[in-house]
Design a protein around this ligand. Structure first.
Ligand SMILES: Cc1ncc(COP(=O)(O)O)c(C=O)c1O
Length: 333
């Protein structure tokens, strides 16, 4: 029975869902949403704050600032509250209401920016805003999740070894790509492991991370409007690109079995199901990472009018059908 005195001290690292009944293939889903920040971003946040403290960049008078569409913001809010730092999160219209309210409840300031294609989309606008803050107030300390190596190191130290301990026969690992911190930390760890593991990145259609054309993306977590600075393609064996409509179908099918996961989990599961349908074989050990849970998406992914307005009516299939993407969108990296 763990007893803790700071919220970041607890993280469930050993929970997997067997998805055989949902996708018709053996796939173990590593659940990263069971901690007080509610997502995998707890690890990156804790590692980046610890690195800044070690380097002497963070002091009592510091104001932590970061650009986040939500989960990192919540994790940093929690750690900042626990350690007595001020935190200002720069976010945009895709940030879920519940996420913003959570950050404010934890004592953080939240600034919303609007983005246009001419300034690199929401991300470009958020980064410009953070740079301006840092230029005008020397108390600001920007952790910069998009470039900070502590982001991927968190997963190299924790997520990947935890998977390796549980699955010594691992063959393939599916990882969603946002900043690519999770992807690169796991990929670097398994490159040095004693057994070859296929690393499959899963991205959202409309993201340019792996060279695709930019397009509308409404579900936060995965995808970037610029190439992720942390990404090194040499560590990635395959890239799968999933349409948001398929993300929503997968989320609904998981929910129909009682598992309410976040949007990016639907993306990863949809991509993995398609890949396993094509390349899987009996006895293959496959793991995918679920970054968070579904409560933060009740007014988007799980709300019929939001879904209908953005993606049309044709998502209303049998939610207990196996999860498969509607079109093949993968490519070898
Ligand atoms: C819900 C969710 N899924 C996936 C990711 C992507 O993780 P990473 O930034 O490590 O690529 C994030 C990152 O914010 C997230 O919040």
């Amino acid at each position: 029975m763990p007893v803790i005195s700071v919220p970041q001290a607890f993280n469930e690292e050993e929970l997997y869902v067997d998805l055989r009944a949902v996708i018709g293939r053996a796939l173990f889903l590593k659940c990263e949403g069971f901690n007080f920040a509610g997502s995998i971003k707890l690890k990156a946040a804790a590692e980046m704050v610890a690195a800044a403290e070690r380097e002497g960049a963070l002091t009592r008078r510091s104001i932590l600032v970061e650009s986040s569409s939500g989960n990192l913001g919540v994790a940093l809010s929690m750690i900042a509250a626990s350690k007595g730092y001020r935190f200002l999160c720069v976010t945009d219209a895709r940030c879920n209401l519940a996420t913003r309210l959570m950050m404010e409840a934890l004592g953080s300031q939240v600034h919303m920016v609007s983005g246009t294609e001419s300034n690199g989309g929401f991300l470009g606008a958020r980064l410009d805003y953070v740079r301006d803050l840092c230029a005008t107030d020397d108390r600001c300390v920007w952790l910069s999740q998009y470039t900070n190596p502590a982001n991927w190191r968190a997963h190299y130290r924790t997520t990947a070894p935890a998977i390796a301990r549980f699955f010594p026969d691992l063959d393939v690992l599916f990882v969603g790509a946002g900043t690519t911190g999770t992807l690169m930390g796991c990929a670097r760890y398994f490159r040095r492991w004693d057994r070859p593991v296929r690393i499959v990145a899963v991205d959202s259609a409309g993201s340019v991370s792996f060279g695709g054309a930019p397009g509308r993306r409404m579900i936060p977590g995965l995808g970037m409007s610029v190439r992720p600075p942390l990404l090194d393609d040499a560590y990635v064996d395959d890239v799968l690109v999933v349409e948001e409509a398929d993300t929503i179908r997968a989320c609904r099918r998981l929910a129909a079995r009682g598992f309410l996961f976040g949007g990016s989990t639907g993306t990863v599961v949809s991509g993995a199901a398609g890949w396993l349908e094509r390349y899987g074989h009996p006895g293959m050990t496959a793991v995918a990472i679920a970054p968070d849970l579904g409560e933060r998406y009740l007014d988007t992914v799980y709300q019929s009018t939001w879904v209908r307005d953005l993606y049309g009516d044709d998502l209303d299939g049998d939610a207990r059908e196996p999860v498969l993407p509607t079109r093949e969108a993968g490519r070898g990296a």
